[in-house]
Ligand binder design. Structure first.
Ligand code: ARG
Length: 710
């Protein structure tokens, strides 16, 4: 009896926190491994990750430094999200060939479109190097000395990697805010071509209205192919390159899943801060999220208006708009969920426990005793500078593209990092700039900065003086004059400039210098002690709960998240069929319902071809879900993911692709700072919808044939 009770208890406690965690591929403990298997994983540890034999690990890619993907064919075909391929799809789109609007399908290999700068990384291995790194830090080193010792050892370790294969790269990353270090080795391929994209009204269906929300009907996928040289090695783009043959590709399942089925994602989550203190959370809400939401709102209003004016502008700003609006809405969602779920209270409770625990042994745990006061003071002291910094970034770095371009070049030159050919950089940056729109953004964000920045010392002083003395306080006159006289506001002329220094006297450079000086004032005010105290707090909490296994925060290294296919228990559904909000899977009915219920919302507009196809509902029988009798669109799992995971393969217990992860849900958007076991979900597009769109809508048989369907 006792034994049964014990087993039941362990099972329960595993279940209670079974799904939180982004576990490091190559560093998965036996304990976590046994949880994976108890939940339904049928692959052995070696089939999942191995440095000796092909494993599922070899089929997972990091895409371009911002997304994830999965290799699904022996010819290097890659599935990722539509929003990950969005920039590439836009690059190839014109008003004549509007691949954004109508989609793209390369009918043969030669039609597949190369993408400058786009690359993939394959993960080869990750090893724990904590002892080597921290062992080389001298006793009593200051933070600065510590950093330089860590850098030196990291550099030496990276030099010891075997670079005999082509495209091998390595990096050392801190984990647990620098309490652990791991060395990861990758192989990089630089010729990655666009093969297929659905029309935007499928790939981005629901747009900003539905972004970060469930229930969802977005077919968020696109398809790329990796190319290699004749020896299957990485190579720069060349028309002589051939499709890459991967060490391992994933099979695709058309058998689906049900409530409670095992599901896991493998990919590259970018950043989380799950161990952040209550003070840190408060600071994030007020100095990052509020600021970003407000400032981006100003910018997005202008872009929205411009994009409605013409197809050319819509295409030109599509990608910039999407990435700005994604974290604009995120900022609101994260603050809302942090409030609703009372995350600060929860953190305070944990911090109180830590204080009680520390008080029990003031000698051994003495370093933790004053930690809360230190954190409080650190964040208080830096409130204005953190606020001003984020506002500065939104206004002068990520605001007007012209100003941002000049600021980045100047900062690069000042830091001795003026890399790359200036002419090429201009060519690239100015491809997607409409000067009148940019000017509107510049003016609006300048005024907004001046109105909201907390402290006169952070103002661009020279500019303020000029507006006062010459333009009688009228910012629009100042901006008119700036854009009339700067060569940077005349794309044709700037293309003639060979080097940044040729434009040293330009008024945009003067303005940028002024903005950079304001940034230095921000840096000068900041004390920057938060991270050191946050790290100490995290160490304390892990020490206090030493029997618990803590996973490290996301840092864009490869991770595994496990969990179950599981619906969410209530129906907040903003739009669409309410009853579907509590279903595990959405259906074509709810897709059409959203379209019909929102005739004036462009986010639900359909091109006639897609409308007809969905309405007709003639989908290949092999893609129909046996349980619902319908084509499955999107579904939910309890996998712990975040930005960067976009495009991650979602796998069943046999390691077969069942979907692609593309979003999180509004109720738990506090997730990057605190995982909510009851509410947090991963939203994926069911692979059968992906297949049906390629197969039934686009007749892309040649791609379907490459896959191994099970
Ligand atoms: N929220 C998603 C993510 O960050 C991106 C979804 C893109 N869709 C959109 N409507 N902007 O991973």
């Amino acid at each position: 009896m006792r034994k049964i009770a014990f087993i039941l208890l362990t099972l329960l406690s595993l279940n209670a926190r079974a799904d939180e965690g982004m576990w490091v591929m190559g560093n998965i403990s036996a304990k976590v491994d046994s949880v994976l298997h108890s939940m339904g994983l049928e692959l052995t540890a070696e089939e999942l990750y191995s440095t000796e034999q092909p494993s599922l690990n070899n089929a997972i890619i990091q895409l371009g430094g911002f997304c994830s993907g999965v290799v699904v064919s022996p010819d290097g075909l890659v599935f990722t999200n539509h929003h990950c391929g969005f920039g590439s799809i836009q690059d190839h789109s014109t008003t004549k060939h509007d691949y954004l609007k109508y989609g793209f399908f390369a009918k043969k290999f030669e039609d597949e479109l190369p993408n400058e700068g786009l690359y993939v990384l394959f993960h080869i291995k990750t090893v724990d190097v904590t002892d080597l790194i921290l062992g080389a830090v001298p006793q009593g080193a200051t933070e600065l000395e510590k950093d330089s010792a860590i850098n030196a050892t990291s550099f030496r370790l990276m030099q010891m990697v075997d670079y005999s294969g082509k495209g091998i790269e390595s990096e050392v990353n801190p984990f647990y805010k620098g309490s652990k270090y791991m060395l990861s080795v990758y192989q990089r391929y630089d010729d990655v071509r666009l093969v297929y994209a659905p029309p935007q009204c499928l790939g981005k269906y629901g747009g900003d209205t539905d972004n970060w929300m469930w229930p969802r009907q977005t077919c968020d996928f696109s398809v790329f192919r990796i190319y290699a040289d004749k020896d299957n090695n990485p190579a720069e783009y060349s028309k002589d390159n051939v499709p890459y043959h991967p060490v391992k590709y994933a099979h695709v399942s058309t058998q689906g899943y049900q409530d409670g089925s095992y599901a896991m994602t493998l990919g590259y989550p970018g950043s989380t801060d799950r161990y952040l203190s209550s003070y840190g959370i408060e600071s994030t809400m007020r100095t990052t999220n509020d600021v970003r939401y407000q400032a981006r709102g100003v910018k997005l209003d202008i872009l929205n208006e411009a994009m409605r004016q013409s197809d050319a502008l819509r295409i030109m700003y599509a990608s910039k708009h999407a990435s700005s609006s994604n974290y604009w809405k995120f900022s609101l969602g994260q603050n809302t969920a942090l409030d609703n779920l009372k995350v600060i209270d929860e953190k305070q409770q944990l911090e109180k426990e830590l204080m009680e625990w520390a008080a029990q042994d003031t000698v051994a745990r003495g370093q933790y005793i004053g930690i809360l006061d230190s954190l409080k003071t650190a964040y208080q002291q830096d409130y204005s500078s953190l606020y001003a910094y984020n506002l500065w970034v939104e206004s002068f770095y990520g605001g007007s593209d012209i100003l941002g371009f000049v600021v980045r070049n100047m900062m690069g030159a000042m830091n001795g990092r003026a890399s790359g050919d200036f002419h090429e950089k201009v060519e690239k940056a100015y491809r997607d700039i409409d000067v009148p729109t940019d000017k509107k953004v510049f003016l609006a964000l300048l005024k907004n900065y001046i109105e909201h920045v907390p402290g006169e010392q952070f103002l661009p002083q020279g500019l303020m003086h000029e507006v006062d003395s010459i333009w009688h306080g009228d910012y629009s006159l100042y901006v008119d004059n700036l854009y009339a006289n700067s060569v940077f506001a005349r794309p044709e002329e700037i293309k003639q400039v060979h080097d940044f220094s040729e434009a040293a006297d330009d008024p945009m450079v003067t303005m940028a210098m002024d903005a950079i000086t304001a940034l230095y004032a921000v840096y000068g005010t900041s004390r920057g002690n938060e991270s050191e105290y946050e790290r100490l707090l995290g160490d304390g909490i892990r020490e206090m709960n030493h029997d618990k296994e803590y996973y490290p925060d996301a840092n864009f290294t490869m991770r595994l998240s496990y969990g179950l296919c599981k619906p969410i228990d209530f129906a907040p559904g903003t739009t669409g069929l309410k009853e579907e909000a509590t279903n595990l899977i959405t259906s074509p009915r709810s897709f059409l319902n959203k379209h019909e219920q929102n005739p004036d919302n462009l986010d639900f507009e359909l091109i006639p071809q897609v409308y007809k196809w969905m309405k007709k509902g003639k989908f290949s029988p092999q893609y129909i879900d046996k349980r619902t009798g319908e084509l499955p669109l999107c579904f939910l799992t309890t996998n712990d993911i975040t930005g960067g995971n976009s495009g991650s393969g979602m796998f069943d217990g046999k390691g077969r692709v069942i979907g692609l992860a593309f979003d999180g849900n509004w109720e738990a958007m506090s997730g990057d700072l605190k995982f909510d076991n009851a509410l947090q979900r991963c939203i994926g597009v069911d692979i059968r919808w992906v297949l049906s769109v390629m197969d039934d809508y686009s007749h892309a048989k040649r791609l379907i044939k490459e896959l191994t369907l099970e």
